[in-house]
Design a protein around this ligand. Structure first.
Ligand SMILES: *Cc1c(COP(=O)(O)O)cnc(C)c1O
Length: 455
């Protein structure tokens, strides 16, 4: 590499100081509690003074950054100093949100954590997996091992990898069964993917055990933790290498945002790709594949998300308690065939869920806490389920979840409609299944709406 001129080197030195200050801010915030991190992130008093004193993170809506001179531009565009340059590549408002997400997902984790935002959860699933599928003559027969109990979009994306690129896609039908994971993971597995708890089946996974199997085969373990959020579960603590979020859901609970995130720990295993990709996956994706593919989040959406994220823990506590009441009510209603909720002692995987899903900083309260999402099968088949669904008076009929407002859907005709007939069987879906995302309404009113619909 050519030596940089003294002018460029001065900017590189300036960048080093900025990064050092951020490292100190991170160290300070890592000593705070979860709620404090959710409220403040890295945006401290000095950051405010650099932004006209604004006590709330500013929305930088401009497409590009002006540089002092050509030296500054050269240092910034060579990634030699922190710079946001052009809003497809980076943006200060997104940076505030990324730092907050990295701190929350890394809460209690002893190691470096980085985050990268995308324009949707699916873009995060794509950019969190696609780089592992690159061509490598040393590994000509790639396979992927993934829980079939996953979001419909993830199911169709992985099926697309298989159909369009000839990648050997190995679905794990029962993600609680470690023998099934172990039989499918081998020396050519590029990544191991799980979703916990799964949307809409709520299936759970013994994360530490599956991480162990993936690592023994030199593969990264990727976990879609959208439904749990870091308020309930932080997969990095249990051996996951990457955590994927659809930020669109309860993180941005107001329902104004589509966004996604990839959160990585340092030095992940991978059979393919450059060392840079292993060292800091989130930074690698930001600098290269994301820059080239361009699924960028809008800065205004990042600001709305920061705003909702501040109350994540207390909202999760309330909606989890309500969901538990609703699940218990549904379990006792004769019109309901079965209820899937990780907090019910009869649920397969209840013990695994109780081990992994705990309200952060519960401070002596019963910590086991199982989230806002549940699903139930209506007795009488598909038609009966549609009738119950059509009778709801307050709970919205929509393909959405994680909202302040309760929302229901029938996955077979919505989120999983695009999946072919035999694959629906692999995904373990039934036509009489209703998914219910419990909001922040009073539990009595949610139960009353279900009661009249099921009557
Ligand atoms: C919604 C969802 C996604 C996809 O996220 P979008 O933001 O809608 O693109 C991925 N995984 C899970 C578990 C989801 O619920």
């Amino acid at each position: 590499m050519e030596p940089y001129s003294p002018g460029v080197q001065a900017y590189i030195e300036q960048g080093r100081q900025v990064m050092e200050r951020e490292q100190n801010q991170r160290a300070t915030m890592r000593r705070k509690k979860f709620d404090t991190i959710a409220v403040h992130g890295l945006y401290d008093m000095q950051s405010a003074l650099e932004n006209q004193g604004s006590i709330i993170e500013p929305a930088f809506l401009a497409t590009a950054q002006h540089f002092t001179n050509s030296d500054h531009m050269e240092a910034g565009l060579a990634y030699l100093m922190p710079a946001w340059t052009y809003a497809r590549v980076a943006n200060p408002t997104l940076h505030y949100l990324e730092e907050t997400l990295a701190l929350l997902e890394g809460y209690g984790f002893d190691g470096e954590v980085s985050a990268h935002l995308t324009g949707s959860g699916m873009a995060a699933v794509f950019l969190g997996t696609n780089p592992f599928l690159m061509n490598d003559p040393a590994h000509p027969r790639p396979n992927i091992v993934a829980s079939a109990r996953c979001y419909g979009g993830t199911f169709t994306l992985f099926t697309r990898y298989a159909n369009e690129r000839g990648i050997d896609l190995r679905w794990v039908r029962d993600p609680l069964n470690l023998d099934e994971w172990s039989a499918k993971i081998d020396a050519e597995t590029r990544f191991v993917f799980g979703e916990m708890p799964a949307n809409p089946s709520l299936a759970v996974i013994d994360l530490a055990a599956v991480a162990g199997l993936a690592h023994a085969a030199g593969a990264p373990f990727i976990v879609d933790s959208t439904i749990a959020t870091p308020a309930l579960m932080r997969p990095l603590l249990h051996g996951a290498d990457l955590v994927i979020h659809s930020v669109s859901k309860s993180m941005a609970t107001s329902g104004f945002v589509i966004a996604g995130a990839i959160i990585s720990r340092a030095n992940i295993p991978s059979k393919v790709g450059p060392d840079e990709m292993r060292q800091n996956y989130a930074a690698y994706v930001k600098g290269y594949p994301h820059r080239d593919m361009g699924p960028t989040l809008n800065p205004f959406s990042a600001l709305l998300t920061l705003n909702d994220l501040r109350t994540l823990r207390s909202r999760t506590d309330t909606s989890s308690q309500t969901a538990m009441q609703v699940a218990q009510y549904l379990g006792g209603n004769p019109a309901v065939e079965s209820v899937q909720y990780p907090g019910l002692p009869g649920f397969p995987g209840y013990e695994t869920a109780a081990r992994y899903m705990q309200l952060v900083d519960a401070d002596g309260q019963a910590a086991a806490c199982f989230g806002y999402l549940l699903s139930f099968n209506v007795r009488g088949g598909a038609q009966a389920a549609r009738q119950v669904f059509d009778r709801l008076q307050m709970i919205w009929r929509a393909t959405d979840l994680g909202r302040v407002k309760s929302v229901a859907t029938i996955p077979m005709i919505s989120t999983h409609q695009q999946i072919s007939g035999s694959d629906k069987d692999v995904a373990g879906l039934q036509p009489n299944l209703i998914r219910l995302s419990v909001g922040l309404e009073h539990p009595d009113d949610i139960i009353a709406d279900l009661e009249q619909a099921l009557a």
